[in-house]
Design a protein around this ligand. Structure first.
Ligand code: FAD
Ligand code: MLT
Ligand code: ZN
Length: 454
């Protein structure tokens, strides 16, 4: 079944208009397969224009027990943005992309309201137009939407400086599964009246409500930035270099790590590093406190090679941001893609253990990520299909052993739903399920995401 019956489709067309309900497989296809290409579900695609239409769609879905998966830019990496493959209950893929308005920047209050479907790039542009900045950035900026970023609590390359997406949310408007509209919309920095529901919706991955608008905190734009690519022998040395730069009084805007395997892969695709090295650190700093070369000199023999650039340094960032797509194209089987964090003093240990595990299994490991946050993206390439679950499970258990998190920033989605127990204890999971049942008593919101269906 998957596509709701004719009566429901008629009702949905009555709400959003005929052209915004897609039921033909070839027309709906791009919405129904995720970015990684490994998750494909079936559903009618519904594209509302505003909050009122979202509310009416939710009322219709609730009345007919239709499952709903909200979707923004469909750049999620954990199979959360498309319906569960093979699940034949009636399902709606609710695309929020038409809710793409970005409001006027409030320069005094340092905030801006954005529709759930506004892209990250459009929010950056609006903030920059007012001489401010939005504190979260990631490579999928042209497609990822504000609704999706809040729903996944995206991290990204500036988290070390400004925190995650949750930390940028001042207010939210969301439609509950019942169709009721929840609004908390005050540009207040401090507001402690009871539970922080906007914070709860951040990271809820479409399982509690449909986010329709977000009031976002803005930050002062960095006055002057510098970027360095630094070659080091290993990850621990890169961490010492980062600390040394910090000690020089500069603000670290980003501290990203690339291991040899990833840099070589990206080089083969045409984006070359300026030197050969075991590990490459990309560090971006803000603040006018002298030449970055001096800070690097203070790091002594930990710096094996370095290229320092003033300004945005596009090539250095291209090297880092080419990783995801290059990795996806380079594996003979779907990439086993894990996104983990460990305490900062265990990062080297994690990277070494993953390399050893991959070597023993005869597969390639590409590790890179947000060093400053202890967040490593572990990618295992060429893993035979039958071995993929075991390979993922081994890495996630290793991370749990190291006191880390099995999901640092991409979320759980469907890809890691079976492993939630590795990251949270039974009481914790039961409390999360109780919240889910309270807000979504009929279980229509993105079933199978975060919690594996029985
Ligand atoms: P989608 O993929 O459409 O959806 C993601 C999840 O959010 C799904 O569970 C969906 O149901 C839910 N959702 C979407 N919109 C709503 C809504 N309006 N209301 C309720 N639920 C909703 N992520 C990082 O954290 N850091 C990175 O550095 C990073 N870099 C990336 C680089 C590349 C090249 C790519 C392809 C992805 C990257 N990602 C990164 C992952 C992805 O971009 C983020 O998870 C992003 O937040 C997803 O936004 P989206 O609009 O594409 O959401
Ligand atoms: C990144 O940091 O580039 C992303 O989170 C995407 C990825 O893990 O590939
Ligand atoms: Zn990342």
């Amino acid at each position: 079944m998957a596509i709701p019956g004719p009566d429901v489709v008629r009702a949905l067309r009555g709400i959003v208009g005929d052209t915004h309900v897609l039921t033909e497989p070839d027309v709906a296809a791009s919405y129904l397969t995720d970015w990684t290409g490994t998750w494909t579900g079936e559903a009618a695609v519904v594209r509302p224009a505003d909050t009122a239409e979202v509310a009416d769609v939710m009322r219709a879905c609730a009345a007919h027990s239709v499952a709903v998966t909200p979707q923004g830019g469909n750049t999620g990496l954990v199979g959360g943005s498309t319906p569960t493959p093979g699940d034949d209950r009636p399902w709606v893929l609710l695309s929020l992309r038409r809710l793409d308005t970005v409001g006027d920047v409030d320069s005094q209050g340092r905030c801006v309201g954005a529709g759930a479907g506004a892209t990250l790039a459009s929010v950056h542009a609006a903030a920059a137009g007012a001489g401010l900045a939005f504190g979260v950035d990631l490579a999928a900026r042209d497609s990822a939407t504000i609704g999706g970023m809040v729903a996944t609590n995206a991290g990204g390359i500036r988290m070390i400086r400004h925190g995650d997406t949750r930390a940028q949310v001042l207010g939210i408007e969301a439609v509950l599964p019942s169709g009721d509209v929840f609004t908390r919309w005050r540009p207040l920095r401090k507001d402690n009246v009871g539970y922080h529901l906007p914070a709860l919706l951040a990271g809820s991955e479409g399982t509690l409500a449909v986010i329709t608008r977000v009031l976002l905190r803005l930050v002062p734009a960095a006055a002057r930035t510098a970027v360095a690519l630094v070659g080091t022998v290993d990850v621990a040395a890169a961490q010492r270099v980062t600390r040394s730069i910090e000690a020089s009084g500069r603000l670290i805007e980003a501290a990203e790590i690339m291991t040899r395997a990833g840099v070589d892969l990206v080089a083969a695709a045409g984006v070359r590093a300026p030197f050969d090295s075991g590990t490459t650190l990309l560090v971006e700093t803000a603040g006018d406190t002298g030449d970055l070369s001096e800070a690097l000199a203070a790091a002594g023999s930990d710096v094996v090679d370095a290229v320092v650039e003033a300004g945005p340094a596009r090539e250095a960032w291209r090297l880092r941001e080419s990783h995801t797509e290059t990795i996806a194209r380079s594996s003979t089987t779907p990439v086993v893609k894990l996104d983990v964090s460990v305490p900062l003093d265990r990062v080297q240990d994690l990277v070494d253990r993953v390399d050893r595990l991959a070597a023993a299994a005869g597969v390639r490991a590409v590790q890179f990520g947000h060093l400053g946050d202890g967040n490593i993206h572990v990618n295992l390439l060429d893993v035979p299909l039958d071995d993929q679950c075991t390979a993922a499970d081994r890495v996630l258990r290793m991370v749990a052993d190291l006191g880390g998190s099995i999901s640092a920033e991409h979320g759980i989605g469907r890809a890691k739903a079976a492993s939630v127990g590795l990251g949270r204890d039974d009481v914790d999971v039961a409390a999360m399920r109780a919240i889910k049942s309270a807000l979504d008593p009929c279980g229509i919101m993105n079933p199978g995401a975060i919690f594996a269906d029985p």
